[in-house]
Design a protein around this ligand. Structure first.
Ligand SMILES: Cc1ncc(COP(=O)(O)O)c(C=O)c1O
Length: 365
C-alpha cells in the first residue's frame, strides 16, 4: 500500500497481527491537499485565505502563550458566549472543536450505528464518506442534477444524518434558504447538517432557520474567511439537546487555549474578515472572467474557489504543478473535467492566468 500524498510505501493494516478491528484494513483515509511550501510556490489548492488574520488575533495569541502550562477551558465557555452573541443564539446551542472536521465527525458519531448511512450529495466535500467509514457506516449518495441542483429523491430519504455543504465544494454552488427549510421539513427524522465552511464568501446563511427546525445543525470554521486554518477551530450551532449530546463524546480538551483566544479575538475583529472576503470575491470575479476568456467553463461560485472546466483540465493541472502552481484535481467520474482553483491575491491569480496562457499557447499533446 502506498501513501496517497507522498507515494511512500505505507504499512498496510491488513498485514499485521495486531488486534485491529477488521474495518480498518478497508478504510481509505481522507487525502488532504498538498502542503508544499517554498518561495516560488503559488498555493491555490486548499482553499486557504491569502490574507493574514486580524492583527488583534496575533497579539492576543502572543499574550495567551504565558498560560500554556495550564489546561484550557474544557468547554470553551467565553468563546461560546462570544459566538452566541455573534449569531444571536444561546451559548448552549454552540459546541466548538478542533476544526469543523472534528465537529462533523462528532455529528456522524452521534447519529449513525454500525452499518448506518450518511446521506451526501455528489459532488461534495470528500471527507464525508471517510467519516461514515470511520464509524463502520457508508454513504447514501444523491447525485446533484448537473452537479449543482438538489435531486427530488433527497427530500424522501430517511438516513439519520444528511451532510450538505453550502456553498458546496468543489463547484461553489449555493443552495437557497428555502431549499434547506424544505429538507428539514421533509426529513424530520434526519439531522440536516449544513456545513457552512465557505458561507462568509456568500453571505447567505441558514442560521435564522434554527429557530424553526430542531433537526438543523450548522457547522462553521475559522479556517477560511478568518484566515486561521493553522489554528484548527470549528463549531456547530444547533439545538441545545444536540450540543449536550456532542459534549458527551468530544475529547475533554478538544480546543486548545491559543485557539480559544484566537477565535474570540477573530470574532471581535470580524469587520477585518469581512473586508478580506470582499477582496477575495472581487478577485474571484476577475479570475472567472479571465478563465472564461481562455475557454474554460465556470459554474457560478459563491465561495473562495472556482471550478474551471475543460476536457484537458487534468493536463493543465499537471502542467501548472510543474510550474509550482498548485491547484486541486479530483480524478473521479464526476469531477475529472475540471480543476478547483482557490482564489488567492490578485498577484497570485495573475501568475496563474499567465501560466495558463503560456500552457495553452504551446498547445496540448
Ligand atoms: C466543506 C468543508 N467543510 C469543512 C472543511 C474543514 O474545515 P476545518 O479546517 O475547520 O476542519 C473544509 C475544508 O476544506 C471544507 O471544504
Amino acid at each position: 500500500m502506498r501513501c496517497r500524498r507522498c507515494d511512500n510505501a505505507m504499512q498496510d493494516t491488513a498485514d499485521t497481527t495486531l488486534p485491529l478491528r477488521p474495518f480498518l484494513a478497508k478504510l481509505h483515509p481522507y487525502t488532504p491537499g498538498e502542503q508544499r511550501a517554498g518561495a516560488n510556490i503559488v498555493k491555490l489548492n486548499t482553499n486557504e485565505n491569502p490574507y493574514p488574520p486580524a492583527t488583534a488575533v496575533i497579539d492576543e495569541v502572543g499574550r495567551a502563550a504565558a498560560r500554556l502550562a495550564l489546561y484550557p477551558d474544557p468547554v470553551s465557555d467565553s468563546l461560546r458566549r462570544a459566538l452566541a452573541a455573534y449569531h444571536g443564539v444561546h451559548p448552549e446551542q454552540i459546541l466548538v472543536g478542533n476544526g469543523s472536521d472534528e465537529i462533523l465527525r462528532l455529528l456522524v458519531h452521534a447519529t449513525i450505528d454500525q452499518g448506518g448511512k450518511v446521506a451526501v450529495v455528489d459532488p461534495t466535500y470528500s471527507l464525508y464518506p471517510v467519516l461514515a467509514a470511520q464509524f463502520e457506516g457508508s454513504t447514501e449518495i444523491y447525485p446533484l442534477v448537473d452537479r449543482q441542483r438538489l435531486p427530488e429523491e433527497i427530500f424522501d430519504g430517511e438516513e439519520p444524518i444528511l451532510l450538505l455543504p453550502n456553498p458546496n465544494p468543489p463547484i461553489g454552488t449555493l443552495f437557497s434558504r428555502a431549499e434547506i427549510a424544505d429538507l428539514c421539513r421533509a426529513r424530520p427524522q434526519t439531522l440536516v447538517a449544513i456545513d457552512e465552511a465557505y458561507v462568509d464568501f456568500a453571505r447567505r446563511d441558514a442560521v435564522p432557520l434554527l429557530a424553526e427546525f430542531s433537526n438543523l445543525a450548522i457547522t462553521r470554521t475559522f479556517s477560511k474567511s478568518f484566515s486561521l486554518a493553522g489554528m484548527r477551530i470549528g463549531y456547530v450551532i444547533a439545538d441545545a439537546a444536540l450540543v449536550a449530546a456532542l459534549m458527551k463524546i468530544k475529547d475533554s480538551y478538544n480546543l486548545n487555549h491559543l485557539a480559544q483566544v484566537a477565535a474570540a479575538a477573530a470574532i471581535a475583529s470580524a469587520k477585518e474578515m469581512e473586508r478580506n472576503c470582499a477582496r477575495i470575491v472581487e478577485t474571484r470575479e476577475w479570475t472567472v472572467r479571465e478563465l472564461r476568456a481562455l475557454g474554460y467553463e465556470l459554474p457560478d461560485s459563491h465561495a473562495n474557489f472556482v471550478f474551471a472546466i475543460r476536457p484537458d483540465a487534468g493536463e493543465h493541472y499537471a502542467k501548472l504543478r510543474e510550474r509550482g502552481i498548485l491547484v486541486r484535481y479530483f480524478d473521479t467520474p464526476v469531477l475529472r473535467d475540471g480543476m478547483r482553483i482557490t482564489i488567492g491575491t490578485p498577484e497570485q491569480m495573475e501568475i496563474l492566468i499567465a501560466a495558463l496562457k503560456e500552457i495553452l499557447s504551446r498547445g496540448n499533446p
